[in-house]
Ligand binder design. Structure first.
Ligand code: GLU
Length: 418
């Protein structure tokens, strides 16, 4: 199994080597040294009473780098969460936040559980206990969690409530992705997909993809994947395949997305969708489509299957779906990879808007939020496309990494760290 942190550090080092060839760009040795390890990590190990008896639960929160502001990033519930995975995710958040020019450092957290095995009451107890364990580590001006894999607005609501009870104050800005009734933002629930779609629109334009003819396969049908299907189909894209952890479905004539969503909500899976063919998740990735959207977990496109990818564009809504080795193969084969730190930055961008609204106590409508998001995603896409991809003939990931690292480096110089 690929270790996500080692993989991400290997990629970082290779980007720094690549940057040496770019005229006018200097990444200092100190910058690389600092970015090769997390600034602060907290590992907690705590008992919670569940129907199985007393269970010992592990949780993590990593503040990777805070040169640019309070650390920010999601919190996931997954059986495979460990310190290295959370560190890799926190490193990516550090790059992502500054790439879209929001004033945050990067952080991430996780609890090592399979949420499907617990009742709502048990998940609430675990969420609240986790906050009791980490409350000194987080805060609206310190470190701000948000939803990630298998966490949602309800979990954020419990966590905010627990934090506020401990502090004896109303501090909605401690966490984002909350329900609307308690300080959530319009647009946040679908902002990851929306931001990705804004990037895709520009990429389609640049790489001659016609939305009315283009085919799309989406691996993962959670919040991001489902919303992307819903948004893209309205503009004419043909969604030919979608998948979840139980399997994938394929219809070359295009799936009826709204019906697939209705089935997923009812039966908890897209499998056996009437009129479509059941295929495997692996087969979905290798379909002959224009756009492939990995929207689930890390490391699904590796050196083993990268050669077989036929898509022209990969839109990474998940974090870390393409490994370092796979990247090289895809670049050689002219597959345009729109990297996670660009493609899924819409989520944290609207989290930032939520946090601003919480601090000001003034709330904006959906149109205002989406206009701001659209502008930001487009600006970021063109900064990378014009200033790096075209100028230095590099892929979007290299472009995004170099641009983000330079921002962090500048902040560290200005703060006198290096
Ligand atoms: N978990 C999301 C991400 O990976 C959102 C983070 C946030 O909103 O802080 O970008």
């Amino acid at each position: 199994m690929t270790n996500p942190f080692n993989d991400s550090m290997e990629r970082l080092r290779s980007v720094v080597v690549e940057a040496k060839k770019m005229k006018g760009i200097t990444i200092k040795n100190e910058t690389l040294k600092i970015l090769q390890e997390a600034k602060r990590s907290l590992h907690v190990n705590f008992p919670v009473k569940t129907k199985k008896g007393t269970e010992i639960i592990n949780g993590y929160r990593v503040q990777y780098n805070d040169a640019l502001g309070p650390t920010k990033g999601g919190l996931r519930f997954h059986p495979e969460v460990d310190h290295d995975e959370v560190k890799a995710l926190a490193f990516w958040m550090t790059l992502k936040n500054t790439l879209v020019n929001i004033p945050y450092g990067g952080g991430k957290g996780g609890i090592t559980i399979n949420p499907k095995e617990y009742s709502q009451d048990e998940l609430e107890a675990i969420s609240r206990e986790f906050i009791r364990q980490i409350h000194t580590f987080i805060g609206p001006r310190k470190d701000i969690p948000a939803p990630d894999v298998y966490t949602n607005p309800q979990v954020m609501g419990w966590m905010m409530d627990e934090f506020n009870k401990i502090k004896g104050e109303h501090l909605p800005g401690v966490i984002t992705g909350k329900p609307l009734s308690i300080g959530g933002s319009e647009g946040r629930s679908f902002s990851t997909a929306m931001g990705g779609y804004y990037v895709l629109q520009e990429a389609a334009d640049q790489y001659d993809i016609n939305p009315n003819k283009a085919t799309v396969a989406i691996q993962g049908f959670g919040n991001a994947g489902m919303h992307l299907a819903h948004i893209a189909v309205k503009d004419g894209y043909k969604i030919v395949a979608v998948s979840d952890s139980q399997g994938a479905v394929y219809d070359e004539n295009g799936l009826d997305v709204e019906k697939v969503i209705a089935q997923k909500k009812k039966t908890k899976t897209v499998k056996d969708f009437p009129g479509a063919k059941n295929i495997t998740n692996e087969a979905l990735l290798e379909l002959d489509v224009d756009i492939l959207v990995p929207a689930a977990l890390a490391n699904v496109i590796t050196e083993k299957n990268a050669k077989k990818i036929k898509a022209k564009i990969i839109l990474e809504l998940a974090n870390g779906p393409v490994t370092f080795e796979a990247d090289k193969i895809l670049h050689k084969n002219d597959v345009v990879v729109l990297p996670d730190i660009l493609a899924n930055a819409g989520g944290v961008t609207v989290s930032y808007y939520e946090w601003m609204q919480n601090l000001q106590g003034d709330y904006w409508d959906e149109k205002t939020i989406l206009n701001k998001l659209n502008k930001k995603m487009k600006e970021t896409f063109y900064t990378l496309h014009e200033d790096y991809v075209k100028r230095f003939d590099v892929d979007f990931r290299t472009a995004a990494y170099v641009h983000a690292i330079l921002n962090i480096q500048q902040a560290m110089i200005d703060k006198g760290w290096i």
